[in-house]
Design a protein around this ligand. Structure first.
Ligand code: PHE
Length: 450
């Protein structure tokens, strides 16, 4: 008979890689990467990003996957099972998805709303700024859409690792690639787009700065879904014969390719349809829900383009949300000895309640501020700016100095020789901690001393 833990496994390499890539490819690729690339000298930023991906990003992601596979445990218990004194790190890491998942569903709900509006052709000639602010400051509509998004994630997670997460990733990720290539090509054929393309890919080395390197490291860190317990959880579902090093490379290629392609969609589009390009290209919700709709409305076949674009965004956000929810469900299931479906129900309900302040904070609760921030921004700040760099830093210290990197190489070498072992050790012990401290410091400074 299959025990519970036998059933919770990815069927093979493709399933694992696509599920992990599904987690990695998310809103960050679409609404932040193009902005950063444009800001920090186009090709220059791409080069910095690539170098960091194969060093810094590679090492951190490999570490998390190995911790998961080696222990076979959920994030809450994984660290403690390697070293009793580090049980707290599991709990600290588990806090990250608990905080992020609810507000990610709020934003996911906005994506569903826009997708529905463009597919049903009801966006119309609305003023994009008014349309967006009126929508998110409402009560019923945003709650309805966030519920739809949350429910979609919950259904996939409830179906299980192979029948839910793996199966959906195997469908959604290839579709996502096709959609993004199709609209990038269409966008590039629009007259004037070439100027944007040139701007996006030509290196401008005068923009090379330490700040650019830090921005790339921070983006990479978020984009690879690190320090959220996700890769530990997915790693725990990986079979022992799978080659971890090559999986990490493939996930990174996938993630970086989609980030690059989204720049091909967004940068030329912004250049074509607006006079003053650099100031128009922003990051985050204002880019996705205000600037782009403005551009779509002036474009030939704009509604079709927008519908495909938001479908793509929806797939990207959904597979990321699924990975967050799975991380939580996995430890609730194990810790409380619950059935998956019960654990899903509890997590869904709890996350729904936690999402309420984040959505209402854009409207009727806008006056309630925590350290000057609305709820959604506050949750984003605590998780992304504070907890995640600290969690990753502690993980580096744990692996580099407490349990030592040999336990990592042993696990990698179960299936292949660990080619980057030397480089890996140097990065985990010295380079990554330094970067993480700088990321933590610089984002704290930019939050409080704008
Ligand atoms: N990697 C995701 C992105 O780039 C970030 C993320 C993953 C956020 C999972 C939440 C959950 O957008």
């Amino acid at each position: 008979m299959l025990s519970m833990s036998d059933k919770k496994k990815f069927s093979g390499k493709i399933g694992f890689v696509l599920a992990a890539a599904g987690s990695a490819v998310g809103l960050g690729n679409l609404w932040r990467f193009p902005y950063l690339a444009a800001k920090f000298g186009g090709g220059t930023f791409l080069l910095i990003y690539l170098v960091l991906a194969v060093t810094f990003g590679f090492s951190l992601m490999l570490t998390e996957i190995v911790i998961g596979r080696k222990t076979g445990k959920n994030v809450l218990e994984a660290y403690g099972s390697l070293h009793k004194k580090f049980t707290f790190l599991g709990y600290l890491t588990a806090l990250v998805p608990i905080i992020i998942f609810p507000y990610y569903c709020v934003i996911g709900g906005w994506v569903v709303k826009y997708m529905a509006a463009y597919i049903s052709n009801s966006y119309g000639a609305a003023d994009p700024t008014t349309y967006f602010t009126e929508f998110i400051s409402g009560v019923g509509q945003p709650i309805l859409y966030l519920s739809v998004f949350l429910l979609a994630s919950a259904v996939i997670v409830a179906l299980g690792v192979q029948k839910g997460i793996e199966k959906f990733s195997k469908i959604l990720m290839p579709v996502l690639v096709v959609l993004s290539v199709v609209i990038a090509i269409y966008g590039l054929t629009v007259p004037g787009a070439l100027r944007g393309l040139v701007y996006y890919i030509t290196p401008d080395f005068s923009k090379f700065s330490f700040q650019a390197v830090l921005a790339a490291a921070g983006q990479l860190f978020y984009s690879l879904s690190l320090a959220m317990g996700i890769m530990i959880t997915y790693g725990s579902y990986m079979k022992k014969e799978e080659k971890i090093e090559s999986c990490v490379r493939q996930i990174e290629i996938f993630d970086t390719a989609i980030a690059f392609i989204s720049g091909l969609i967004i940068v030329p589009a912004v250049f074509t349809f607006s006079g003053n390009e650099e100031s128009v290209l922003t990051a985050g919700p204002s880019l996705m829900f205000i600037t782009l709709p403005k551009i779509f409305s002036g474009m030939k076949l704009g509604t079709l383009f927008a519908a495909i674009f938001f479908l793509l965004v929806f797939f990207a956000a959904l597979t990321s949300a699924v990975s967050l929810m799975e991380t939580i469900v996995s430890f609730i299931e194990d810790k409380l000895h619950l059935k998956r479906i019960t654990a899903c129900g509890i997590v869904a309900l709890f996350s729904f309640l936690l999402a309420l302040p984040s959505t209402l904070g854009n409207g009727i609760w806008a006056d309630i501020r925590i350290i000057g921030m609305q709820f959604l921004d506050f949750f984003d700040f605590i998780s992304n700016t504070v907890l995640m760099p600290i969690v990753a830093l502690l993980m580096c210290i744990f692996v580099g100095y407490v349990v030592k990197t040999d336990i990592i190489s042993e696990e990698v070498e179960k299936a292949e020789s660990f080619k980057s072992k030397k480089l890996y050790t140097i990065i985990i012990k010295y380079v990554a901690p330094a970067f993480l401290l700088l990321i933590l410091g610089s984002s704290l400074v930019s939050t409080f001393f704008k």
